[in-house]
Write a protein that binds this ligand. Structure first.
Ligand SMILES: [Ca+2]
Length: 376
């Protein structure tokens, strides 16, 4: 389901206007770095088709998945050979990208600016003219918190025109428990209408002391969100060390953080009581141990890579490439990786089926746009 480009542009506008969480601080989160002792996951060169692409030791070797397909899925038999070209470079530090009807792109920078990038990769100045002056805040994550970590965030329009908003739990021990608190806006997926109000069929609209815009809760730091071919929301969140996870958030359900989770604290301690499964919380569809540090994601439909039809492409920061998960019966049947030797900040499928990737160089504070095609 390709959303049309105009809508995509609207999405980017909304991303900057609607969510202060998008104005990313330059602060870092441990899981966005190569954490001490963690190894960047292997990238499919050592493991053969049919074997899991991940061959590194897990961070939490004592933890067991709840079901066999929940981690270390095998690589598919048919994996396309890929190549890429650098479309644009020396961009400011970017967050995301959307395609425009003329073949160009609109990109958002972490400093809060829009830039136009032509199809040929020519980068325009920050856009300051022609932008709306009447900006209305329709939704704001509350409570505010003075910290630099775990803002999330992604915005995705539902097929009905509502907006899903993923927000982080702000990481620090003094606030992260609020992911479990329905009166707090931390660590939630929200579903709002175009005015920022709760649609009447949201799960908590009739519950006292609950924010009616909440869709699901118990989340950590979700920088990935996308709809599948049926219009259903999927998210990927940064977990603790060895606990990055893929979810298909359903209304009213609790996804566990910080009480129930895979992975360990960055100092090696268990998270809370070290519980990985409980009846009261939802298991992730899939988790990664070690973590690959997920950024943005896209649902693949296109002609360039028939092998990826219906798969999710997920950007990897620490893994410096793409992670591709193939879904069958709402489980991950296969996982493959595309190494790109750069931290991947976001990924988008172009109208022609090629795959565009936004990279980042944290030291230089710059980004590139890569275009991935079949290597024939
Ligand atoms: Ca979880």
């Amino acid at each position: 389901m390709h959303r049309n480009s105009l809508l995509a542009a609207t999405f980017l506008s909304a991303a900057l206007i609607a969510s202060p969480a998008l104005a990313q601080d330059e602060g870092t989160s441990p899981e966005e770095e190569v954490a001490e002792g963690s190894v960047a996951p292997d990238e499919g060169e050592e493991a053969a088709a049919g074997q899991p692409v991940e061959t590194a030791e897990p961070n939490a070797p004592d933890q067991e998945p709840a079901f066999a397909e929940q981690t270390r899925a095998p690589q598919p038999e048919a994996m396309p050979a890929t190549t890429y070209e650098v479309i644009a470079e020396e961009l400011p530090h970017l967050w995301s990208l959307a395609f425009l009807p003329d073949g160009g792109m609109l990109v958002t920078a972490k400093n809060g600016a829009f830039h136009y990038v032509s199809a040929e990769g020519e980068v325009g100045e920050a856009i300051t003219e022609g932008v709306p002056e009447d900006v209305e805040v329709i939704f704001q994550q509350e409570p505010s918190y003075d910290g630099t970590m775990h803002f999330g965030s992604r915005l995705v329009f539902s097929p009905e025109g509502d907006l899903y908003v993923t927000v982080g739990e702000r990481s620090d021990a003094e606030v992260r428990d609020q992911a479990q608190d329905l009166s707090s806006g931390l660590g939630k997926v929200f579903r709002i209408d175009v005015n920022g109000e709760a649609p009447s069929d949201n799960p908590f609209v009739d519950q006292e002391d609950a924010l009616p815009q909440i869709w699901s809760y118990g989340h950590r730091n979700m920088q990935s969100a996308a709809l599948d071919g049926q219009g259903r929301l999927w998210t990927v969140e940064h977990g603790p060390r060895g606990g990055d996870e893929l979810n298909r958030p359903e209304p009213g359900l609790n996804y566990g953080w910080p009480n129930v989770t895979y992975g360990l604290e960055y100092d090696g301690d268990t998270v809370g009581q070290g519980v990985t499964q409980s009846e009261d919380t939802e298991q992730p569809v899939y988790y990664w141990d070690p973590s690959f540090a997920p950024s943005g994601m896209a649902y693949y439909e296109g002609e360039e890579f028939p092998e990826w039809q219906g798969a999710f492409l997920i950007g990897g920061l620490v893994s410096t490439g793409l992670v591709i998960v193939h879904i069958e019966d709402d489980l991950v049947a296969y996982e493959e990786r595309v190494p790109l030797e750069r931290r991947v900040r976001d990924v988008r499928v172009a109208p022609d089926g090629s795959v565009y990737v936004v990279t980042e160089d944290r030291e230089a504070g710059t980004s590139e746009i890569l275009r991935i095609t079949r290597d024939s």
